[in-house]
Structures are given as C-alpha cells and as structure tokens.
Write a protein of this length. Structure first.
Lengths: 267, 326
C-alpha cells in the first residue's frame, strides 16, 4: 500500500459531480470537463459510480474492454496511449450491456467501496466522480470511502426549470449535511439556438440555475447551451472539445473548467 | 500484499444466483463477493406479511400502471402527471397517482400541490386531492421545507414505499399510476415485490431518442422481463424540436441508433407514440398546470392523448380477456 490513502495517495484533487435530478447532464458535463482539463495538460481520471445507468464508457468511446488487475488493484481503462485520461465504470464489468444491475442498496454500497479503494489510479491531477441522481446509497458510499482522502468539493448540475432546481436544492442540503464543499452550480441545457434561424428557445425554461445559486449562497459557474453537436459527439464517443473549438458551447465549458481549476489551486 | 478474492468481480457478477434466491451467499460464485455475508444471513429472503395486506388493500383498484425508465430526466413524472390528468378528465373515473421517487419527488410541483400536507384518519393516510376524482401521494407532502433532503439508504426507502401502498386510504380506484425514479434498484424491486399479490396491468416505458438513453432503457426492459412485469409500450419523449420562428425541425437528442422505433422493432414492443419537445411543457410543469388544458392544440398534447387512448384500450382489453377466460 502506498501511504494511508492507498490507491488515492497520488490523486491531487477529487471533484464530485452531483445533481439530485436525473437527466440534467451530469455524465455529459463530467466527460466534457475531463476532456477540457486534459486539453489543459492535466492528468484526469473519471470514476463512474452510476451502477444502474453507466453512461461514461460510451461517451468516451472505450467500448467494453477487459479490466485487468495488478499488484495494487484494478487497472483503470485509459482512453489514449499517453494515459492522460483514465476511467473506471461498472459498465466494464458487465458481459452483456443490456443486462440490468438490479441490486439493492447494500450490494451497491459494497461495490462502490471496492471501486473507490481498489482502482490503481496512479498519479492524477483531478479525479472526477460521476454519480447517479438522488441522495442515497451510492452517494453515501462514495463519501464514506473517500473520508480518508480529501474531497475538494462538488459541482452541481441543473437545468433551468423549477422541477430540476427543486431536486438540486435537496442535493445542496445533502452536501451541507455531509460536509462537502460546493464548488459551484452549472446550468445545463440553457437555451437552444436554432441552427437554421439563430432564434433562441428556452426549451427547459430559463434562469433557474443562477437563481438557485443566489438562493443558496453558492458560486454560479455558468450556463451550457443545448447543442445538438454536443449531443451527437456524446452519442458517438467523439471529443467535442477538440472538434468544435469555435462553438459557444466550447467557450462555456472551457470557462467553467478554468474557474474550477482556479478554485482548486486557491483552496 | 494485496489479496485478490477467489473469484474476479466479473465472475461474482456473472454467476450471481440473485440476492433473493435460496442459494444467495452460498454458492462457490459468491466467494469474495462484497455482499456475501448479507446474502448468506438470509436477510434478503424472508417474505413480508405486508405483501398479503397490500393485496387486500388494493383489491379495490381496477388498473395499476407503472411508469418506468431506467434513464433519468426523460419525462417519467411529466408523463405520469398528464396520464393522471387525462384519465381523470372522465369524471366517472377515480384516478390516483403515487410518486415513489423518494429522493427527488417531482409530482407535487407538477400537479400544483406544493406545500400540501398529508392527513391521518382512522382508515389511514389521506392522499391529497387535485380534483374530486384525482388523488396524489408523494413523500414531498411529508417534507416541511423545499430544502429538506431525504438521505435514506435502501431499506428505509423500501419501508416508505410499503407504507404508501398499505397505509394510504386510496378507496375504490379505476386507475392507480405509479411514478418511479430512474434506475433498477430498491424502489423498483420493492414496488414489484409489494404489488406481487395484486395484478399489475403493466409498465409504460419512457425514453428519449438518443442511444445514451436507450442503453439504460434496455436494462429496464430486461428488468421488467426478469420480474415478469408486462410492458404496455414505449413512449419516445423529446422527439425533435420545431423552432417556433422558422418552423424547421432540429434533433436535439439525436436518434443515432434509430431511436425508440428501432429499439421497439428489435425487442418486439409497441411504440405508443413520439412526443415532440415543446417549451410550454416545461413551463406548465413548473407552474403546476396540465399542459393538456393549457395548450390543447399543441402537437405534443395530441400525441399524449393518443398514447393515453392506447393505454386505456390495453387496460380494457385485459379485463375482456379475463372475463373470457373465467
């Protein structure tokens, strides 16, 4: 074992990506932030603890490789030869991608404990932890198992509408109760600019993310628009940050990732 | 030195006998599985007397419909709420909506019932009524503040779901709709288990067109097959957006693998309908109004009503089948 932290000893920063609400883009934002941080020269890892709906492998186009073991534990899957982006997801352990992981809380808790302690991450600048929606077993398991290691904080993702921010408020309470620092709130799916006529439609309403930040005294990290180019890249496992550097979406995500990096350095 | 378990994690998963089986925790494949002790203790297998009680309590409910997805944020609650409104638009029908999303209860807001509280009487908990013939129950009504987080592990969530089914005074109902959270976990297992001595008409599966959703939805469909829950059909939500200014259609959530239509063809399931994105839907939900009443002429409203009709037909055909075979 390397130090009391074991496999997390050489991980400089740990950021949780939370929401409370499903389908707001946690996995998408986790993926894009990871790609942005990598493009900024950082070594990044992603831990996907959504046991029922593991989306990250597809978004990074890594398929379903075998997971190998080494002396210190499980070797993460690398998305590139330079090993700049490492990933661990339960998606890799399933033979059949359509097979449902129908587990109750205790089994999920035990699997996450293994994930957190037994992956040989090596040296990382940032480990992003993608979570499922809710405030339950998975979230408690991640925090319990990261107790020995410092968690820098959480990024909360919401969409603009009240039905979303209503759940994210509860996630903010979860963070306060469990002592997780809130690094900031991201409003995703923030307006859609029609590619034909450039008219902006607020499909999922408007402004909720910023209001939520004000209401709860949290930092507002910024808005990410609804962008079919982003959805397509995510679908096909392509690197959006590399393919569309001139887009408004790219600027939004880059700015958010820079703000996060700055807040990690100053902490 | 790091000691590996006897079997690899993939082996544990592949050959898991199931946490509810007689063999749980006892087979050779269980060696090294983090859950082995719990399974072997028998904690996962004891039958719950509440199941029979719920069977009796819900014998006055003619039709039970579960709304499932597997994927979050596809519109389960939106669909459940509007299915309830549409069914209750027939004033001769008694309809109820049960929200078992314990961590993220959206139904109170969508039904315009935020701030309402549940009352207890001699015959149990009273649900909250939207109209004379439309009742709603959600954990949202038991929380005193919109900031309250329900940070519960599985067993406590299961207990709440049991209470919702056993202790709520539903009365005689034509339809009970159950809205669920995303995933295939405690809430889903509990709902199916606690309803196992009643007849459930089936599940409506909600998805959006993209593969990122479909890959989770296929798991939910497998879950339904595993627990022998019939599937009424699939609804594809957020199916295209027509710009109100230039009227061109954009596929914001692109069906890169053929969308729900391809999945339904592959799995031999009915596609009940494709609902387009409409900003007025989000607004109505935020305001607690039924968009079927607010914008009845919208293309989305028309698709919803046709889907509701298919569900009604499915339910009444089931009754006819039962009468025929009796």
């Amino acid at each position: 074992m390397v130090g009391s932290d074991g496999n997390l000893a050489q991980v400089r920063h740990v950021i949780l990506v939370l929401s409370g609400k499903g389908g707001v883009g946690k996995s998408t934002i986790t993926t894009e932030l990871a790609l942005a941080l990598r493009h900024a020269g950082k070594k990044v890892g992603i831990l996907d603890v959504d046991l029922c709906g593991p989306s990250i492998p597809r978004m990074l186009s890594v398929g379903r490789p075998d997971v190998h073991q080494c002396d210190s534990g499980w070797v993460p899957v690398y998305t590139d030869a330079e090993k700049s982006l490492a990933l661990m997801s339960i998606g890799f352990l399933l033979e059949d991608p359509d097979e449902a992981v129908v587990w109750r809380g205790p089994k999920k808790t035990a699997m996450i404990a293994q994930f957190v302690s037994d992956v040989a991450w090596g040296e990382l600048d940032v480990l992003l932890v993608d979570t499922p929606p809710g405030t339950s077993d998975e979230h408690l398991a991640v925090l319990e198992n990261l107790k020995k290691h410092k968690v820098d904080g959480a990024v909360l993702v919401t969409t603009p509408q009240a039905v979303s921010t209503g759940d994210v408020r509860r996630e903010i309470t979860f963070c306060k109760k469990t002592g997780v620092r809130i690094l900031g709130i991201i409003e995703n799916m923030s307006g859609f600019v029609c590619p034909h006529c450039s008219e902006c439609s607020n499909i999922f309403s408007k402004g909720g993310g910023e209001e939520l930040a004000k209401l709860t005294g949290s930092v507002f990290l910024g808005c990410v628009p609804l962008d079919p180019l982003l959805s397509t890249c995510i679908e096909e496992g392509k690197d959006f940050m590399q393919s569309f550097p001139d887009s408004a979406t790219f600027s939004a995500i880059s700015s958010i990732s820079q703000t996060l990096l700055d807040s990690l350095q100053t902490a | 030195l790091y000691t590996f378990p006897q079997h690899s994690p993939r082996h544990n998963l592949l050959y898991c006998p199931g946490t509810e089986s007689e063999q749980a925790g006892k087979t050779s494949s269980c060696q090294g599985c983090p859950n082995q002790k719990i399974c072997a203790s028998g904690a996962t297998k004891a039958p719950d007397p509440a199941i029979a009680e719920i069977g009796v309590k819900l014998s006055t409910v003619k039709h039970k419909i579960l709304v499932l997805s597997g994927k979050g944020g596809v519109g389960k609650s939106t669909f459940s709420a509007h299915l309830a409104h549409a069914l209750a638009s027939d004033s001769t029908k008694e309809v109820a909506l049960l929200d078992v999303d314990i961590c993220g209860p959206s139904i109170p807001r969508i039904m315009g019932l935020e701030g309402e509280q549940v009352h207890q009487s001699g015959s149990g908990w009273s649900p909250v009524y939207v109209d004379d013939n439309l009742a709603v129950m959600s954990i949202g009504f038991l929380l005193s503040s919109p900031d309250d987080a329900v940070i519960w592990r599985g067993p406590k969530k299961n207990g709440m779901i049991k209470q919702f089914l056993r202790d709520v005074d539903w009365g005689e109902l034509d339809y009970l709709i159950v809205d669920t959270p995303p995933g295939t976990s405690d809430e889903h297992l509990s709902i199916v288990q606690y309803l196992s001595s009643t007849h459930v008409d089936g599940a409506v599966i909600i998805t959006t067109p993209q593969e990122v959703s479909l890959q989770d939805v296929r798991k939910e469909i497998r879950f339904c097959q595993k627990v022998k829950l019939p599937i009424i059909g699939v609804v594809e939500n957020m199916s295209g957006f027509v710009c109100p200014t230039c009227k061109n259609t954009s596929q914001i959530f692109p069906p890169t693998t053929g969308g729900a239509a391809q999945m339904c063809a592959d799995l031999d399931l009915p596609l009940l309908g494709k609902v387009p994105l409409d900003p007025r839907i989000a607004r109505s939900c935020d305001e607690g109004k039924s968009f079927l009443s607010e914008v009845p002429d919208s293309p989305a409203a028309k698709v919803y009503l046709s889907i509701v009709q298919s569900i009604k037909d499915y339910c009444s055909n089931r009754v006819t089948e039962e009468q025929r075979s009796a």
